[in-house]
Ligand binder design. Structure first.
Ligand SMILES: C[S@@+](CC[C@H](N)C(=O)[O-])C[C@H]1O[C@@H](n2cnc3c(N)ncnc32)[C@H](O)[C@@H]1O
Length: 273
């Protein structure tokens, strides 16, 4: 049976009303923020065009889930307390955490290097990078989330790591000055870039000629990777390498010691966009 426009609209209004009813009380028994939002949601539903009352398709023509990158970044930007993210990023069951020393070694930093950790999160790598580059080097923790950067500042203060600084960025640019770094490190963050070409152009400009870019990200393999990875990670390794190469980088090294993630090193070429 074909469903007409009027029936779609009626169904969406009923759904919006039901959502509003269910979300009036917060879990702690108080009238949560949802109570205030519900009437607005109903009004928006009523005003929405009848042709678009339901959610966007979840799968692309390749049969893979369409990843909403902005949505996966939202929790970082809205975070009010950092503890749950420390627990999430710095737990023994996370390969990046258990292998953090091997990863830091494999980045092959040298004393005096200026390294930017783009998408530094809670600053997991800051102490290792700080030690590797030494007193004449510099570690810049770059992130879109002010709360994470405040946490990095506090932990580096506590650990007395004066060569670590922080830099707030956005999706269009890392805000790193031109020619200011020797190495850029991106760990489990490439799939969070909402504008990969713009971010890569900014990284290309920030690196000195011949500078190095190290990228680690989840393997995304149809039929092998978890549902979480398939629905969370935008690009598989081949796609990411193609994008990075197109942005003016040449792949020079691949490490195979991680199981859930790929590890690649690139060097900056002169052909950035
Ligand atoms: C999964 S966390 C990884 C954190 C850290 N690299 C680690 O491995 O523990 C992804 C991080 O990327 C940040 N992020 C998202 N988009 C970004 C962008 N365009 N530039 C820099 N950081 C970004 C998020 O705020 C978050 O801290």
């Amino acid at each position: 049976m074909r469903v007409g426009r009027a029936q779609w609209l009626a169904a969406s209004l009923v759904a919006a009303a039901l959502v509003g009813c269910r979300s009036v009380g917060a879990a702690d028994g108080t009238a949560g923020p949802a109570a205030a939002v519900a009437p607005r949601a109903q009004a928006q539903a009523a005003a929405a065009p009848a042709t678009a009352p339901v959610a966007a398709p979840k799968f692309g023509p390749d049969g893979l889930p369409i990843v909403d990158v902005a949505a996966i970044n939202q929790p970082f930007l809205e975070a009010k307390e950092v503890a749950k993210f420390v627990a999430r990023f710095e737990r023994e069951s996370r390969e990046i955490f258990t292998d953090r020393v091997a990863i830091a070694d494999a980045v092959r930093l040298r004393p005096g290097d200026r390294v930017a950790d783009v998408g530094a999160g809670t600053g997991l790598f800051a102490p290792y990078f700080s030690l590797a580059v030494g007193a004449h080097g510099k570690v810049i923790a770059v992130d879109i989330a002010p709360l994470f950067l405040e946490h990095v500042r506090q932990r580096t203060l506590l650990d007395s790591l004066p060569n670590v600084t922080t830099l707030l960025c956005d999706q269009a640019t890392t805000n790193l000055p031109s020619g200011s770094v020797d190495v850029v490190f991106i760990c489990d963050t490439y799939h969070h870039f909402e504008q990969p070409a713009a971010t890569l152009a900014s990284i290309h400009a920030a690196l000195v000629p011949g500078g190095r870019l190290v990228v680690i990200d989840f393997h995304k393999i149809k039929g092998q990777s978890s549902d979480f990875v398939m629905g969370h990670v935008r690009a598989d390794e081949a796609t990411a390498v193609a994008e990075i190469t197109a942005a003016g980088f040449a792949p020079v090294r691949r490490e195979g010691f991680l199981k859930e993630n790929w590890f690649r090193e690139f060097v900056r070429t002169e052909s950035g966009r």
